[in-house]
Design a protein around this ligand. Structure first.
Ligand SMILES: [Fe+2]
Length: 409
């Protein structure tokens, strides 16, 4: 590991803790920045490129959770670790998700263990940066990676806040983006949701769709919006939206059948909605070369992923996984996006692959020649699903397609 280039920011309101950390880490050869408060930490972040932050949890004015939330928002690539006393563990667990904390280190820490954890994260970051450089070279036509719109963060913060989220507040946030509001209304009024009466306002649409699905739609729509593309032969933005939406809804249905809990169902919906995010990125960044991938796959001699590798050296799944990580989306979601073509260890990736295959087979394709490989017995086993169950799911789906439930998104 090239230690020289790493910068670590240490934030604690107690000077003796900062001094102890500095003594401990001095020999590692990293550049150390010290801050006595969250505010000072943010000032240092604005002035220096930082790789990793270690923050105390309990600090006056801005506590560790608020500080790290801010870091996540403004500097998503920075690894975020928290130092915490035993009594604060519960609060830290809650903050974990919101601030996307990578690791919690107990106080008093073990010197060797702490150094090992920091080294491990910096090494991992280096590996990711290496992979990212390859992808960035490919995506240089896109300029800086796109940032998600503010409305996504507003809705996410409302949903993640303590207590029941208010449907009214969420609707108000969505309404600030008229295109997003129109999309949410369109989905709520689609035959899939079978509403007898026209859903006329966003508040009602949020109730019809449910908060979890609204979260997914707001994220997916934001992604589709920031990656608006030009003409690419053989590629259609609308077809990909329809395919993604059908995949998200089907993934949720499969998760329900498999009795996954509420949180897992939401993850499945998001993974279905976003699994092809990389195709959007590629079609938007390198339209001419992506059209060539589509042409080559159409000739039918190789799989879509193989055509991508031949022409670009990388697949849409890897690109999508990378961008999902860069946006700090939950790790299992980024992994499911990255592995949805070749699902291995993660059940979420397996489920996403299954939904993708079924949706393609029913003709709801983004690119018709991009049909993924049939689900293997191993994949069904990983999901704890019988072949018979798959047949009944497919039959049920065919009926829904016959009722045009997927055609009005
Ligand atoms: Fe797909």
């Amino acid at each position: 590991m090239n230690a020289e280039k790493h910068t670590v920011l240490l934030v604690d309101d107690e000077p003796h803790v900062l001094a102890a950390l500095r003594r401990l880490l001095r020999k590692e050869g990293w550049k150390l920045l010290l801050a006595g408060s969250g505010q000072e930490g943010l000032r240092l972040l604005a002035a220096n490129p930082v790789d990793l932050v270690v923050s105390d949890m309990r600090m006056p004015h801005m506590d560790g959770a608020a500080f790290l939330r801010q870091v996540r928002r403004q500097y998503p690539q920075v690894t975020r670790l928290v130092l915490t006393g035993y009594a604060e563990r519960e609060a830290v667990k809650r903050a974990f998700e919101q601030a996307g904390i990578h690791e919690m280190i107990a106080k008093p820490w073990d010197d060797e263990e702490l150094k090992g954890i920091l080294r491990g994260f910096l090494q991992q970051q280096e590996r990711q940066e290496h992979e990212a450089r390859g992808l960035h070279a490919l995506l240089s036509h896109l300029g800086p990676l796109p940032v998600l719109p503010q409305v996504y963060f507003e809705v996410r913060d409302l949903l993640e806040a303590d207590g029941d989220p208010s449907v009214e507040d969420i609707a108000r946030a969505i309404l600030r983006e008229p295109a997003m509001a129109a999309k949410i209304l369109q989905v709520a009024n689609s035959t899939f949701f079978g509403q007898r009466r026209q859903v006329e306002n966003v508040e009602r649409a949020v109730t019809v769709l449910g908060l979890a699905l609204v979260h997914g739609l707001v994220l997916a729509h934001s992604v589709f919006q920031v990656l608006e593309i030009q003409q690419v032969e053989g590629f259609s933005h609308e077809a990909l939206w329809r395919h993604s939406l059908a995949c998200g809804l089907l993934a949720r249905q499969i998760a329900q059948r498999l009795s996954w809990d509420q949180e897992q169902q939401e993850a499945a919906t998001l993974a279905g909605l976003l699994h092809d995010l990389g195709k959007l990125v590629l079609a938007s960044a390198i339209p001419v070369r992506y059209a060539r991938v589509i042409r080559r796959a159409r000739q039918g001699k190789r799989s879509f992923a193989a055509a991508e590798r031949e022409v670009l050296g990388v697949t849409h799944a890897a690109v999508g996984g990378h961008l999902a990580e860069w946006w700090n989306l939950p790790v299992p979601l980024a992994e499911a996006i990255r592995w949805h073509c070749h699902p291995a260890a993660s059940p979420l990736a397996c489920l996403t692959h299954l939904a993708d295959v079924l949706v393609h087979r029913l003709g709801i394709s983004d690119i018709p020649c991009a049909l993924p490989a049939a689900p293997s017995p191993g994949l069904l086993a990983a999901l704890g699903m019988e072949a018979l169950e798959l047949d009944s799911l497919t039959a049920d789906l065919k009926e829904r397609v016959a009722r045009n439930e997927f055609s009005s998104f």
